[in-house]
Design a protein around this ligand. Structure first.
Ligand SMILES: Cc1cc2nc3c(=O)[nH]c(=O)nc-3n(C[C@H](O)[C@H](O)[C@H](O)COP(=O)(O)OP(=O)(O)OC[C@H]3O[C@@H](n4cnc5c(N)ncnc54)[C@H](O)[C@@H]3O)c2cc1C
Length: 277
């Protein structure tokens, strides 16, 4: 029996992204949450492995109390249990701290895992760092953006799209993959799954003390990056009618807009400078 772990992140609804302009952080408490789409693809890959090879799936998330919803959704879809990392001192973790905490929980609660599956990236921070950083912390091999998975004994064969060519890699278990958004289309929740999602004992919660972490160690070994500045891109729009012969219109257009469309004609784009603070 294979032991699979799927890392799932709850992200704010894309239509509601309130920023705290003072701290430069996202006010997750003000937006309703949903499972990050790429995580659903990772879960689907795990569910297909479970159907094909017999496996046990543990879903893991770190986030505020409401993040537990993604674990219930995962259990409803076919995961066997969920682990929720939740503590006030985890708030504000950057990708390094997030990966460190997820790796600690995996070591503590699922030491005999074979494969960790992550989404390729999230819709709210989109760094794509967490999966590879978990692998680094656990000292296991990793492959990102995979679109096909085959298991043969202790060997995992994955196919991934890199630029314009496809690459096939083999790794020994335990390993980590991040799953491409192109494949493993998520399934719908079956009504029968909902009962499991709310059955007691399927989801456990771990706080800082359970992971042997204190505020002091979080401060010393936690987030190493800070958001210095967050701003909305300002877009200026104007309606302009160019008249005259085709040659004149093209010349006038290029004179006026060349710097703005330089990316399309092979020149460097001019960046708007927003300063440091
Ligand atoms: C410099 C910096 C500072 C930040 N400061 C803050 C802050 O102050 N407050 C704040 O709320 N956020 C902050 N964030 C955002 C926070 O670090 C990210 O939400 C978190 O680390 C995950 O990164 P990501 O969303 O880019 O994940 P990615 O690396 O894009 O995610 C890839 C995959 O990793 C897994 N994964 C990612 N996060 C989790 C998770 N929490 N639980 C389970 N699996 C997960 C999922 O499978 C996901 O699909 C900061 C980010 C950066 C870069």
């Amino acid at each position: 029996m294979l032991n699979l772990i799927v890392c799932l992140k709850q992200v704010p609804m894309v239509t509601e992204l309130p920023w705290d302009e003072k701290t430069g952080t996202l006010r997750r408490d003000l937006a309703s949450g949903q499972m990050n789409l790429a995580c659903l693809h990772a879960l689907e890959a795990a569910l297909q492995i479970k159907e094909q090879y017999m496996a046990n799936i543990t879903a893991v998330t770190m986030g505020p109390p409401a993040a537990q919803e993604v674990l219930r959704e995962a259990v409803a879809l076919g995961a066997d249990r969920g682990i929720h990392l939740c503590d006030r001192i985890f708030a504000g973790s950057d990708t390094y701290a997030t990966s460190l905490l997820l790796a600690k929980a995996i070591k503590k609660e699922c030491a005999d895992y074979n494969l960790i599956l992550c989404g390729s990236y999230t819709s709210d921070s989109e760094t794509a760092q967490v999966g590879p950083q978990i692998a680094e912390e656990l000292a296991i091999p990793a492959a990102a953006y995979i679109e096909k998975l085959e298991i043969n004994g202790r060997t995992l064969r994955v196919r991934r799209l890199v630029d314009n060519f496809r690459e096939t890699l083999e790794m020994e278990f335990p390993a980590l993959v991040t799953v491409s958004l192109e494949k493993y289309q998520p399934r719908y929740t079956a009504l029968a799954g909902l009962e499991n999602a709310f059955a007691s004992g399927n989801i456990i919660s771990l706080n800082a003390r359970d992971l042997g972490i204190s505020s002091a160690s979080m401060a010393a070994d936690g987030s190493r990056t800070q958001v210095r500045n967050v701003f909305l891109r300002k877009e200026k729009k104007e309606n302009v009618v160019l008249k005259g012969t085709a040659a004149n219109v093209v010349n006038e257009f290029l004179n006026k807009y060349e710097s703005k469309i330089s990316w399309a004609i092979g020149k460097d784009i001019e960046e708007e400078d927003h300063g440091d603070e």
